[in-house]
Design a binder for this molecule. Structure first.
Ligand code: ADP
Ligand code: ZN
Length: 633
């Protein structure tokens, strides 16, 4: 019904999509099995594919690893038509094309770095009329020749990957994405689908407005990643903390994010001196060196990379088991995106952030300097706002999964996630919590409930700055009462009191702290308060997440025998991938290898039951993996 309305509104230059209502589910599942070897769709994938088959516009927001690619890869195969996928990064496109090609899907990419083989493949697929999925960089898309050609194709849809890049309210604005606004008029009648992993409501709206999405199906997935364990610790001896983190995960793939280029190099050197083969990666390296490192990482020749955020979107190795932030990132959006690179295969993984009060100051300086350079005070203010959310996240003692979900506008109801430092009880209870809380609340009361947290911190720490002196607050009894606490810790405690409802921070541009009824109860000693502080270090070994019912339900750990089989399959995967010049995970994902190691199939049909193995992949690799499985352990 919705479709006929849409049709009457839009001039249709393109042939209408075939209506495939009756056998839709069957066709969808056949294509899914045939081209991808999957037996079912994940939450929201079905809805996204339906929207595409109905010819409707859609905005799909799924977390990293949620399975966005399949949403735009499946419809063209069901409809037997071409879908154009706009993607910002060449490396990312190339990996997807490699992966699709191994599944036998007629896919190609068009970008400025295309080699002769890539060009031949593209032309052959175009000539034969078989091309179904074409990845293209935004600047390519608008070349006149290309547009001409495209306007003659019968398009199933235009998909925009990383769609948040179109919004200046987002954290990754790319001016070249702005031109995508023209698509609507250039290709009237062709459904436009926007995909992104992080989008606050404001960015979502901006995407819809910019792309002029009409009667759009909005599909917003759950942001929570139950398989990720979050830990946030003060930085105390970075190298030891990082080595400890890495040792919890064997020689698994690890990304360590640092703020500056210098930091990445220093840390990589220190790790090397501890016999960990780490590489530094940043935008200051020669292009060839950068390509080599990402290639080594993808090919599993190198497992630990110390990087700036430049090591980013192109890296979708799915078996990253640990993401370390050696310093605090500058926004929760960045944190979510960078930690999202862990565990894309759905297996349990860890995100460890090591922060210090100095990180915030460093970012503030960088932002203010950039602000002066570009003369855009509004943008600077927006960035500083994002930074303060990040700082608060670090110091809170509320479940990390809950805090992240709520930041992205979603509720989180698990009382104990079992996968964060707070819920795993890794934070210490501060012994004199009640007294500290009373001192904080009393400072707020004595200064008249008129100031923000940083001023209250100044008073409690006995700072004799001009503001404090001129207001006479050096004379009140709470002045200097908590001078032994560092400002950052004190700020954490204030946030914790706000979290547990014992104190209120007002909204608005200049938030101030005010008391409520619960504050009175605390001051009178009638309300319990438990402040938390991080332990000096982690003394417990890795605790893998086990939760039965919801989420990706990570399976039990492999037995030693299964682990041996898994390692053997992994070695075989690496050999095959190297021979073909593709990254190992496009051969099979870790999740597929784990299932193979557990199930040990010995026939073609048993092998086809394994997730991620379709007929085409069986033809390419089945025999070799069967042979490896049959080997005596
Ligand atoms: P995103 O683009 O949202 O970050 P991907 O599309 O890369 O996520 O998918 C993440 C992983 O999940 C990939 O390894 C992919 O093969 C796998 N996957 C996607 N959809 C399914 C499905 N329906 N069943 C099983 N695995 C899936
Ligand atoms: Zn938790």
């Amino acid at each position: 019904m919705a479709r006929s309305v849409v049709e009457s509104l839009r001039p249709r230059l393109h042939t209408p999509l075939p209506v495939i209502d009756k056998d839709r589910n069957r066709l969808m599942h056949e294509a899914l099995e045939r081209w991808f070897g999957f037996s079912s769709l994940r939450p929201l994938q079905k809805e996204a594919v339906d929207a595409a088959l109905d010819g409707r516009d859609a905005l799909v927001v799924l977390p990293t690893g949620g399975g966005k690619s399949l949403c735009y890869q499946l419809p063209p195969l069901v409809l037997d038509r071409l879908t154009v996928v706009v993607s910002p990064l060449i490396a990312l496109m190339q990996d997807q094309v490699d992966g699709l090609r191994l599944n036998g899907v007629p896919a190609a990419a068009s970008h400025s770095n295309l080699d002769a083989a890539g060009r031949r493949r593209l032309n052959a697929l175009i000539d034969s009329g078989e091309l179904r999925i074409l990845f293209v960089a935004p600047e390519r898309l608008f070349l006149e020749d290309f547009l001409q050609w495209l306007s003659k194709c019968d398009l199933a849809a235009i998909a925009i990957d990383e769609a948040h890049c179109i919004s200046q309210w987002g954290h990754d604005f790319r001016p070249e994405y702005r031109r995508l606004a023209e698509l609507r008029t250039r290709f009237p009648g062709v459904p436009v689908h926007a995909y992104t992993a992080t989008a606050t409501p404001r960015v979502r709206q901006d995407i819809c407005d910019q792309l002029q999405l009409q009667d759009c199906v909005e599909l917003i997935g759950t942001f929570d990643r139950p398989e990720l364990t979050y830990r946030v610790l003060p930085r105390q001896g970075l190298i030891d903390q990082v080595v400890e983190g890495i040792s919890r995960h064997g020689d698994a793939a690890t990304i360590i994010y640092c703020i500056s280029r210098k930091d990445t190099e220093a840390l990589a050197k220190q790790l090397q001196s501890r016999n960990i083969a780490a590489e530094a990666y940043h935008a200051g390296l020669a292009a060839g060196e950068r390509t080599r490192i990402s290639a080594d990482f993808r090919a599993e020749r190198c497992n630990v990379v110390c990087a700036t955020v430049a090591f980013g979107m192109g890296i979708d190795r799915s078996d990253v088991r640990l993401v370390v932030h050696a310093a605090m990132p500058k926004s929760i959006e960045h944190y979510q995106q960078e930690t999202g690179r862990a565990g894309r295969d759905g297996l349990p993984s860890e995100c460890l952030m090591l922060y210090s009060g100095a990180d915030g100051a460093k970012w503030r300086m960088i932002m203010q300097r950039a602000g002066q350079e570009y003369g855009d005070p509004e943008a600077t203010k927006a960035q500083l706002g994002l930074l303060s959310h990040m700082q608060r996240f670090a110091g809170r003692a509320q479940c990390r999964h809950k805090t992240l979900s709520e930041y992205f506008g979603q509720s989180y109801d698990e009382p104990n996630c079992g996968a964060c430092d707070v819920c795993l009880n890794e934070l210490d209870l501060v012994p004199d919590s009640v007294v500290i809380a009373q001192k904080i609340l009393s400072a707020v009361a004595r200064t008249g409930q008129r100031y923000g947290a940083s001023y209250i911190i100044d008073v409690l720490r006995g700072s004799k700055n001009e503001k404090v002196l001129s207001r006479g607050h050096d004379q009140i009894p709470t002045f200097g009462l908590l001078k032994d606490l560092v400002a950052m810790r004190l700020g954490n405690y204030i946030d914790q009191l706000i979290d547990d409802g014992s104190l209120v921070r007002t909204d608005g541009e200049y938030p101030i702290l005010v008391l409520n009824e619960a504050s009175g109860e605390v001051l009178r000693g009638n309300r319990e308060v438990s402040l938390r502080s991080p332990k000096g270090g982690l003394d417990q070994p890795a605790r893998r997440r086990r939760r039965g019912s919801s989420g990706a339900s990570p399976a039990r750990a492999l037995t030693p025998v299964e682990q041996e089989v898994f390692d053997r399959l992994r070695a075989l995967r690496r050999t095959l991938a190297t021979g073909m010049g593709v990254p190992p995970y496009v051969v099979f994902s870790d999740a597929t290898l784990e299932e193979l190691a557990r199930e040990r199939p010995s026939t073609r049909s048993a092998m086809l039951d394994v997730k991620g193995i379709g007929p085409k992949k069986y033809d390419s690799f089945g025999q070799q993996f069967l042979a490896a499985l049959a080997e005596e352990a």
